[in-house]
Design a protein around this ligand. Structure first.
Ligand SMILES: O=C(O)c1cc(=O)[nH]c(=O)n1[C@@H]1O[C@H](COP(=O)(O)O)[C@@H](O)[C@H]1O
Length: 230
């Protein structure tokens, strides 16, 4: 069975748990995602541990956001780990995104537009001109002009972003919840089937899989439902 275009967010407190989740889900998904929680505790070794022998793609989600020189150095430092994807915040601006792209030539730089945990009201409070869909589109265009070949947005905006940036850009959507699942701290959400139908290339899914009694079975069920819907 072809693995589904899902990146399972391995937001685990320890390496053993993360490696166990990775082993359980990798038959069913293309990618696993290492984020701040694991990387800040274990550093670069975590990549090899979750990659294991399976050859699954590892998405390194560090959401870099600093001046261009600092981001260039950080991107260079992690590029040697050969993650398939590395995130930066689009809000860091054109020069910062370009610095990441130039410093990690073998890694897809994904620009995170507007976090899926932010509501329209939150955007107003932090001074970003909304609605969210407009802000996401603006940041998407800026990021692609700066050389990003992937974008992170919520499933609610993915169709509009696709229309704006075309087919060559990889669109990644967190904020994905199976029907009826707890949305937790996510605000701009949709189901996996909807996200894929609207043009996402890769769905980031964490707790609905890793919080299940059997993460392997949960990943398999979502993968099967995506196959049925496509
Ligand atoms: O860059 C990301 O992956 C990301 C961007 C975003 O806007 N929202 C978002 O939730 N994420 C990440 O996606 C994952 C979502 O996890 P769950 O909410 O557990 O499915 C987490 O690891 C987040 O860090």
């Amino acid at each position: 069975m072809t693995p589904a275009p899902i990146a399972v967010a391995l937001d685990a407190p320890d390496l053993e748990t993360a490696a166990q989740w990775a082993a359980l889900v990798t038959p069913h998904v293309t990618t696993v995602k290492v984020g701040l929680e694991l990387y800040l505790r274990y550093g670069p070794d975590v990549i090899a541990s979750v990659r294991g022998a399976s050859g699954v793609q590892v998405f390194l989600d560090l959401k870099l956001h600093d001046i261009p020189n600092t981001v260039a150095g950080a991107a260079r430092a992690v590029a040697r780990l050969r993650p398939s994807i590395l995130t930066v915040h689009a809000g860091g601006g054109t020069a910062m995104i370009r610095a990441a792209v130039e410093s990690a030539p073998h890694t897809k730089i994904a620009a995170v537009t507007i976090l899926t945990s932010l509501s329209e009201a939150d955007l107003g409070r932090i001074g970003i001109a909304g609605p969210a869909a407009d802000a996401v589109r603006r940041l998407a265009v800026l990021s692609v002009e700066a050389g990003a070949t992937a974008l992170v947005c919520s499933p609610n905006e993915v169709a509009a972003v696709r229309a704006e940036v075309g087919e060559d850009i990889t669109l990644i959507t967190p904020g994905v919840r199976p029907l009826g699942a707890d949305t937790q701290d996510q605000i701009r959400v949709a189901t996996p089937e909807q996200a894929l139908a609207d043009g996402a290339d890769l769905l980031v899914i964490g707790r609905p899989i890793t919080g299940a009694p059997d993460p392997g079975a949960a990943a398999a069920a979502i993968a099967a439902s995506l196959r049925r819907a496509s």
